[in-house]
Design a protein around this ligand. Structure first.
Ligand code: HEC
Length: 164
């Protein structure tokens, strides 16, 4: 009993300290997490939601051929046009999906497409690396405008509804 009493008088302080420590780490965790999200998330230039000019699409096509076609295939038909959704390779890597409307890319709103291209894939083991520092924001926009121009009108319409 005596022991218990002394424990009880000592514990509230200890408990408070413990709570403060937990709060500190939770707070720090949130701060770091927010920092990471804020650091990596980019708002695309407004031109991404505007109607592209033929010049933009042409430049985008050239940029695509130079930077993306080695994996996503000519005409953005995918690394393996038989598997436009991508998938896994026998060696463990990923197949680059089609971006021409036959794959999954059009399910991503504009902002997300922009961020995938600028930051790279969220999968650590993906060969899809970010083009930050290699392509300017305007160049990324033109690449997106190019592959979006390959989408059938119906998909373009459905995507525009998603991106609003
Ligand atoms: C070295 C190969 C490689 C290059 C070069 C590359 N990608 Fe990728 N990309 C991939 C792979 C593999 C994936 C699928 C796996 C993943 O998302 O991590 C992918 C995924 C994507 C996605 C998401 C598609 C979806 O269906 O979710 C987009 C968008 C994309 N790439 C655009 C581009 C653009 C634009 C370029 C050029 C500026 C480019 N990629 C260059 C390999 C590449």
């Amino acid at each position: 009993m005596k022991n218990n009493k002394s424990k009880r008088t000592a514990s509230p302080k200890k408990r408070k300290k413990k709570q403060q420590t937990i709060l500190f780490w939770v707070g720090l965790g949130c701060f770091v997490l927010l920092g990471v999200v804020a650091y990596n998330y980019y708002t695309p230039p407004v031109s991404l939601s505007a109607a592209p000019t033929a010049d933009n699409i042409n430049t985008g096509a050239q940029l695509f051929a130079k930077n993306c076609a080695s994996c996503h295939g000519p005409g953005a038909r995918g690394q393996d046009p038989q598997q436009p959704m991508g998938g896994t390779l026998p060696n463990g890597g990923y197949l680059a999906p089609a971006l021409n409307g036959t794959g999954h890319a059009w399910h991503h709103p504009n902002e997300m497409l922009f961020n995938i291209i600028k930051n790279g894939s969220i999968a650590d083991d993906s060969s899809m690396l970010g083009f930050k520092g290699k392509l300017s924001d305007d160049e990324i926009v033109m690449v997106i405008q190019y592959f979006k121009s390959l989408w059938p009108p119906e998909i373009q319409m459905r995507h525009a509804q998603r991106s609003q």
